[in-house]
Design a protein around this ligand. Structure first.
Ligand SMILES: Cc1cc2nc3c(=O)[nH]c(=O)nc-3n(C[C@H](O)[C@H](O)[C@H](O)COP(=O)(O)OP(=O)(O)OC[C@H]3O[C@@H](n4cnc5c(N)ncnc54)[C@H](O)[C@@H]3O)c2cc1C
Length: 238
């Protein structure tokens, strides 16, 4: 419903004056030396380090998403090129089964896939084809969301809107040719259009920086390195 140029803003424009803004690739963090290494050999010292390099999509970590059908009948809206591809796929879609699937957790904004399901329901109504579309929502969780109160309310909302809920579904494979998602426990969910939220990972440098990240490049909530004082070095809770 939006165009890319409405969503993308200039980064320097967002930074208030009085903040030293550098645009450079972060190579790594040296926890012991309290420094961030930038491309070009520049080192920045810190007293407090806020890691805000986000998360990247790792669709290639699961069998199938980026194979045949990727960007055609297997799409994601979790990055801008993916969202643009899905926009075109929805324009082409004349009816059939749409499955929204969260591959694994953690993902950015766990409610965004649900929001998408509700928006899709509304979108197909506006197109006048809702009666020709079956919507399903597949999640690795045992309910729509982890919080039990929200899960109950949002689960009822899914049911009221006629959106099928498939729980404890951790996908291991996407077959874009046949049109089916296969879970690790070998259950199958057929689709005409799959909207997948791929596995996420942190920025690569986080995983590379000794003592900072885990194997997926995320900073663990509790780290072995958790001293607060600069004299001992280390990471505190994110
Ligand atoms: C579809 C969707 C809907 C969402 N809805 C909401 C919502 O309604 N409310 C909400 O609060 N959140 C929402 N989120 C989550 C929100 O977008 C993220 O939590 C937030 O953007 C994270 O901010 P960040 O600065 O950590 O990372 P990002 O916004 O991802 O920014 C990271 C930046 O770091 C840069 N970077 C990465 N690695 C390096 C490196 N080595 N060197 C230099 N730069 C690097 C990247 O280029 C990028 O510019 C949503 C996310 C998605 C995908």
């Amino acid at each position: 419903m939006a165009q890319p140029h409405h969503l993308v803003r200039s980064r320097p424009w967002q930074i208030p004056t009085g903040i030293d803004y550098r645009e450079a690739r972060i190579e790594g963090v040296d926890l012991g030396a309290w420094t961030v290494r930038l491309a070009g050999g520049i080192r920045l010292g810190y007293d407090v380090l806020v890691i805000a390099t986000g998360a990247v999509l790792l669709p290639e970590e699961t069998e199938g998403p980026t194979g045949p059908g990727w960007g055609e009948n297997v799409c994601t809206f979790y990055d801008l090129p993916g969202a643009v591809g899905l926009h075109h796929a929805l324009e082409r879609f004349a009816g059939g089964r749409v499955v929204i699937d969260v591959a694994d957790l953690p993902v950015k904004c766990p409610v965004a896939p649900l929001e998408f399901a509700f928006l899709a329901d509304r979108y197909f109504q506006r197109c006048g084809i809702r009666d020709r579309v079956q919507l399903a929502y597949a999640t690795p969780l045992d309910g729509v969301i982890t919080d039990p109160v929200a899960a109950k309310a949002l689960g009822s909302l899914l049911a009221r809107k006629g959106i099928e809920l498939v729980t404890e579904f951790t996908f291991g494979e996407v077959d874009g040719i046949v049109g089916r998602l296969v879970s690790y426990d070998e259950r199958e969910v057929p689709f005409d259009l799959a909207v997948v939220v791929p596995l996420h990972g942190g920025a690569e440098y986080v995983g590379r920086s000794e003592g900072l990240g885990d194997e997926l490049g995320f900073v663990p909530r509790r780290s072995a390195h958790s001293p607060a004082s600069r004299t001992s070095g280390g990471v505190r809770d994110r």
